[in-house]
Design a protein around this ligand. Structure first.
Ligand SMILES: [Zn+2]
Ligand SMILES: [Zn+2]
Length: 807
């Protein structure tokens, strides 16, 4: 038997979908809408297996929803600004736009070769002026409301990328893009006031019940709300006060020293003229250059020096030493902490290292003498050594102490947040120009809306030297002030590319509109996104920023919902031999080569069959062969079926009918729940059953296979559907329904294993309870023999198939 000609078939149906505009949609109030979206790619040159996996998952779902009768919006575009294009331009003495558009053309072709069901008429590229002018418009709206501002601050600086970075872009002390160490610099930068939305960003996480719990937890932690007390420590001999924030005010009587961040503004004053001055200032300078993540990591030894100054604990007037240490960071709380070594492990380790005083103030139920403590006790207990609060449960004391301190004006209950404003200016060319002008007379002047877009000048030189190329483009920099018409200069910083992606899902609703960022009516119909699919690495980057932008756009009346993505799926990575595919490891499998050798359908089938979407999958060259063989096996069903049509009467077999209906039920549920691997396994089983009954009437079963498989392997299924005599695309075939009556009488033949070895077989009704099944199996003579009266360690059940008793 011949292999099916996937090259011809795939080209034919890709052309067909394009010519018949199969995936181009418009608003239709008669149909329920469904917006299926994947995170759009950065045009780096070629699509990789990670894209293939991400986009195949989305494509199957989009097609499934189309066949269920939804009006499905499934768009794609390119997240086209960013550094790689600029670096490539420097290397090749070319222009970032040339490189970017070449990559986009190439990737568009590759995506088309995968047969994805995109509405290509909605394609957007964020580097096009008709897109980024709306970044500028949103920026101006934020500026009007005081949500975009410029300030001098200590910021993250990547020396390799030669630009600043947002806190979210620094991962374990390294640049998210180039993975090099990030430094700190004092610079004047543009920020977006995401902290104005912190309470809503936190509270609305409760609405995201269909997001992976991990992503919600990461955002919650990143926003970092903590309730506690601000305590004011006077300094002996000075008028200044050190403000400290703590969530453990119950331990205030056990504070034995205060620690300042090396960057704390009081450090210089405290040591001035003291013998410690030189040592402390040198230490502060050294620490300032270190990575914040390393400084706060739990497994790194903490360093510190005594300032020679003393603070006064306001609850008992005790004089306690003031230290400077690397583990206290200026941007969290107030840059100062009270140290309670007995009840905080980090303080405990620091105290042991530097031989400082300790005092127990919370007694656990198993009291321990101070001398025998080998770690801090951080749990609950009863107050001791805490004056009038002795004997109280510490949780109760927390409230009482806070109230008492507020009365005495030595403390104040307060809420602390970890989230910081979003640093959005970048010192690079290939991004959206920030629409601001500097005038010597008028100061900072926003570009008027009617002058948008501020277009990136094409004539710029990419030498890799002298910083941002825009600085040297006189025609761009020199401008006139919109207010006084005098001589003025343009802002040369560009926007972080995460701004581009914070609202692109809205642009897809009306991608060609030139009077607004998006059409309100279109957005009201399509948005929110019903299903979003992308990588978990965006948990506190893109996924947080998009929520912020959505809330802002709601506040300015552009949309009427406040969360952009209802359902979120984060797909796992594609590995090769357990490792991430990368150029440096030389283990990249190119989708292109696989498509040429086996076809897009086989690639789609394999990538979904290899593992459930959320977990990592390991690429296996032999398994793609298996996928291809299976498609040929499906293809050959057609020959048999068409031969049969010539025969007259064929018996219908109960077994095949039941299996067909059962498969329809299970595959429908599997696809709905993103269990594509089990969906495929179920289809494979049905194909086996058809071959077992090949001499009977197989028509209904073959049709079911084609439709059920069509969202996964659309090309071959379209072809088979047509060869069966259907005039319309398989996309128009209604999703098959199963008859519950036909699957009810099913019996299950359980394989029973003891310690992983098959020892028996038991037949039961299909709806047997686990309890009953267990009783039945344990009374089976063969099972009893093998168990030999040993206790059961585990009872592992694979639904409807297998039981493994571990003893
Ligand atoms: Zn970098
Ligand atoms: Zn002016």
């Amino acid at each position: 038997m011949e292999r099916y000609n996937f090259r011809e078939i795939e080209k034919k149906w890709q052309d067909f979908w394009q010519h018949t505009r199969s995936f181009n949609v418009s608003m239709d109030s008669a149909k329920p809408k469904y917006y299926c979206l994947e995170m759009f790619p950065y045009p780096s040159g070629k699509i990789h297996m990670g894209h293939v996996r991400n986009y195949t998952i989305a494509d199957v779902y989009a097609r499934f929803k189309m066949m269920q009768g939804f009006n499905v919006l499934h768009p794609i575009g390119f997240d086209a600004f960013g550094q790689p294009a600029e670096n490539a331009a420097i290397k090749n003495k070319s222009h970032p736009s040339l490189w970017t558009y070449r990559c986009i053309d190439f990737m568009r072709q590759e995506l088309k070769h995968m047969g994805f069901s995109y509405d290509w008429e909605r394609e957007v590229s964020t580097c096009a002026p008709d897109y980024y002018r709306w970044n500028q418009w949103i920026f101006l709206k934020m500026y009007e409301r005081g949500l975009a501002y410029k300030k001098e601050a200590i910021v993250n600086w990547c020396p390799s990328c030669e630009t600043t970075l947002a806190n979210e872009e620094v991962i374990d002390g390294k640049c998210w893009r180039c993975k090099k160490d990030v430094e700190q610099k004092d610079l004047e930068q543009w920020f977006l006031k995401i902290t104005a939305y912190q309470e809503r960003l936190l509270n609305d996480l409760d609405k995201l019940i269909n997001w992976p719990g991990r992503v919600v937890a990461m955002q919650k932690n990143w926003i970092g709300k903590s309730e506690g007390v601000e305590i004011y420590f006077k300094i002996k001999g000075l008028d200044d006060v050190i403000t400290v924030f703590t969530t453990r005010v119950d331990t205030i009587f056990g504070a034995t020293y205060v620690v300042l961040a090396p960057e704390h503004p009081l450090v210089k004053k405290l040591v001035s003229g003291k013998t410690q001055e030189k040592e402390v200032m040198e230490f502060a300078q050294k620490v300032a250059k270190e990575s914040k993540v390393v400084r706060s990591a739990s497994d790194v030894k903490k360093e510190g020096v005594f300032t020679g100054a003393y603070a006064i604990n306001p609850v008992n007037q005790e004089e306690i030493p003031i230290w400077v240490a690397d583990y206290v960071l200026m941007e969290y709380g107030s840059g100062a902490v009270m140290a309670v070594p007995t009840h905080d492990q980090r303080d405990f380790l620091f105290t042991k290292e530097h031989k400082l005083a300790m005092r127990i103030v919370i007694q656990s139920s198993k009291p321990q003498p101070l001398a025998e403590m080998n770690e801090a006790y951080e749990g609950d207990g009863v107050q001791v050594n805490s004056a009038q609060f002795d004997g109280l449960a510490n949780q109760e004391a927390k409230k009482k102490i806070a109230e008492w301190m507020e009365q005495k004006k030595i403390g104040k209950r307060t809420v602390n947040w970890r989230l910081r404003d979003w640093l959005v200016s970048r010192q690079r060319y290939w991004g959206t120009p920030i629409p601001m002008i500097y005038c010597d007379k008028c100061g900072l002047v926003p570009v008027p809306e009617h002058d948008l877009p501020v277009v990136l000048p094409e004539k710029a030189e990419f030498t890799g030297e002298g910083g941002n190329p825009l600085l040297k483009v006189k025609e761009f920099v020199n401008t006139t002030c919109p207010k006084c018409k005098g001589v003025a200069r343009r802002e040369t910083d560009t926007m972080a590319t995460f701004i581009d992606s914070s609202w692109y899902f809205l642009r897809y609703c009306s991608p060609k509109l030139d009077t607004a960022a998006f059409d309100k009516k279109e957005a009201a119909y399509w948005i929110p996104v019903d299903q979003y699919i992308g990588g978990i690495e965006h948990a506190v980057l893109h996924l947080l920023y998009s929520r912020f932008f959505t809330k802002f756009l709601k506040d300015v009346g552009m949309i009427n919902f406040d969360e952009p993505f209802i359902n979120l799926l984060t797909q796992g990575m594609v590995l090769k031999e357990g490792e991430v595919m990368s150029k440096s490891k030389g283990n990249i499998v190119e989708p292109d080569g696989i498509i040429k050798n086996y076809g897009a359908d086989a690639l789609r089938l394999y990538i979904l069959f290899a593992a459930p979407p959320e977990i990592e999958m390991n690429w296996d060259d032999r398994a793609i062969e298996g996928a291809f063989r299976f498609l040929n096996r499906v293809w050959r069903l057609l020959d048999t079926q068409n031969l049969k049509l010539k025969e007259k009467t064929l018996e219908k077999r109960k077994e095949l009918i039941r299996k067909t209906h059962l498969t329809i039920k299970e595959v429908s549920e599997d696809i709905q729940g993103f269990k594509f691997n089990t969906a495929i396994a179920n289809i494979m089983e049905l194909v086996n059953t058809i071959y077992q009954n090949i001499d009977s009437d197989i028509e209904e079963a073959v049709k079911a296979v084609i439709i059920l498989l069509s969202s996964i392997c659309p090309h071959v299924c379209e072809e088979m559907w047509q060869l069966l005599g259907n005039k319309e695309s398989v996309l128009k075939a209604p999703w098959p329904k199963f008859d519950p009556a036909l699957i009810q009488e099913e019996k299950i033949n359980w394989v029973v294993q003891v310690n992983g070895k098959v020892r028996s077989n038991i037949e039961t009704p299909h709806d047997i309870s686990e309890e009953k099944l267990k009783t039945l199996i344990l009374s089976d003579e063969r099972v009893k023999t093998w168990m030999n009266n040993q206790p059961i360690k585990k009872f592992i059940l694979v639904p409807k198939k297998l039981v493994n008793i571990v003893i």
